[in-house]
Design a protein around this ligand. Structure first.
Ligand code: HXC
Length: 257
């Protein structure tokens, strides 16, 4: 389609979304937001696409919301326009979405990565919430998602000082699932996405939905939600196929039903 700030490629069942504003280190402006939401809606709606990867460049996943776009805005503009609230839509993507982060993931860039299902990091990745240095704060969920991901101590230090953490510290803190050499990031992300793309699609959606419920519910409610979805999957053809394939020692052939 006709995108200017992102690249969208379909590689078999994997959609690769690449932020593409190199002159601004992939700073996120309203156009990036609109294009990303459109591309993700297309991905979610296309039954042939089973997993997506969101990435940036070698230098930057994204260096934040576009400071030049925000600089002149007042409270009334931000509040009336509900600035960047559209990003919430991204978290309603029902199919798996992996962030592959190399270089800077700062401010809105870190927040965008955290809205994905998990983050694979290159050894060059740097994460931070430097908004305080601009006289503001995270505004796309960063204070909440970072605190849940890395705990209060590290989140609080990061948002109050703007200190960046490198890939190893991010892995130790639980912000990223794995760190890989920068040269292998994209291949590894695509390989991981291909693995997920080979799973039964309804099961992939249900697994994602129940892990996300862990962040919205009490333990008892979350466990109940998991059990309901687990039971529900026994109403799918792919459960019959998956278990039959195991017994017959062959790979499952999913119908997506
Ligand atoms: C607009 C940006 C930008 C940003 C970088 N650029 N980050 N433009 N918004 N967030 C632009 C620079 O102005 C410059 O353009 C070009 O990208 C290259 O950046 P440099 O600064 O020259 O590169 P370097 O010296 O390597 O430094 C990299 C950097 C630095 C450390 C990442 O760019 C930086 O500190 N950026 C801002 C990071 C930040 O504060 N992010 C949080 C934003 S607030 P020119 O035209 O000069 O070459 C935010 C709020 C989220 O994200 C909440 C929203 C609701």
């Amino acid at each position: 389609a006709d995108y200017e700030t992102i690249l969208v490629e379909r590689r078999d069942a994997v959609t690769l979304l690449t932020l593409n504003r190199p002159q601004a280190l992939n700073a996120l402006n309203s156009q990036v937001l609109a294009e990303l939401l459109r591309a993700l809606a297309d991905y979610d709606a296309d039954p042939a696409q089973r997993c997506a990867v969101l990435t940036g460049s070698e230098r930057a996943f994204a260096a934040g919301a576009d400071i030049k776009e925000m600089a002149g805005q007042g409270f009334a503009d931000m509040y009336a326009g509900n600035f960047f609230a559209g990003y919430e839509q991204l978290t309603r993507t029902r199919k798996p979405l992996i962030a592959a982060v190399a270089g800077y993931a700062l401010g809105g860039g870190c927040e965008l990565a955290m809205m994905c299902d998990f983050i694979l990091a290159a050894d060059t990745a740097k994460f931070g919430q430097p908004e305080i240095k601009l006289g503001v704060s995270p505004g796309m969920g960063g204070s909440q998602r970072l605190a849940r991901a890395v705990g209060k101590a590290k989140a609080m230090e990061m948002v109050l000082t703007g200190r960046m953490i490198d890939a190893d510290e991010a892995e130790r803190a639980g912000l990223v699932s794995r760190v890989v050499p920068a040269a292998e990031l994209l291949d590894e992300a695509l390989r991981t996405a291909a693995t997920i793309a080979e799973m039964a699609p309804l099961a992939a959606m249900a697994n994602k939905e129940m892990v996300n419920a862990a962040f919205e519910t009490t333990l008892a409610q979350g466990v109940q939600f998991e059990r309901r979805l687990f039971h529900a999957l026994f109403g799918t053809a792919d459960q019959k196929e998956g278990m039959a394939a195991f017994v017959e020692k062959r790979a499952g052939q999913w119908s997506g039903r």
